[in-house]
Design a binder for this molecule. Structure first.
Ligand code: 5GP
Length: 115
């Protein structure tokens, strides 16, 4: 049994605000949003990151993301999907998840600090 926060949310041991749920995936509001809309699409099966996930799982999660984006008005104006992997990627929760960001114009690379 895994002990990361998303496994606990999936098991109902921690609260969350659910946007979507089926037998394989949940989409919840991020607890610390960095955009007007900031959701997390999370597989119920514990997988560390995209490097460990199989194509079927990734494909399924992206189908769900497309569906929730269409049903919640994100698709029209656009949105962003990101996934952080490991130490350099800044992955805090060791359970695969895709950030869904939108609801406003998001900063682009040209608006960020160069190095
Ligand atoms: P990471 O940095 O691993 O890509 O992102 C983890 C995300 O999970 C962060 O955006 C953080 O705000 C979110 N998060 C962490 N703990 C919780 C929680 O208990 N509930 C919810 N809804 N989001 C969480």
């Amino acid at each position: 049994m895994e002990d990361d926060v998303f496994c606990k949310i999936i098991r109902g041991e921690l609260p969350s605000t659910k946007i979507y749920e089926d037998d394989k995936v949940i989409v919840i509001k991020d607890a610390n949003p960095i955009a007007k809309i900031h959701w997390l699409a999370i597989p119920k099966k514990h997988v560390l990151d995209i490097m460990e996930a199989d194509d079927e799982m990734i494909s399924y999660i992206f189908d769900v993301i497309r569906k929730v984006a269409r049903e919640n008005g994100l698709a029209e104006d656009g949105f962003r999907i990101t996934t952080n992997i490991g130490e350099n990627g800044g992955q805090a929760v060791k359970h695969l998840h895709f950030h869904i960001l939108g609801g406003e114009k998001l900063p682009t690379r040209s608006q960020k600090k160069e190095h």
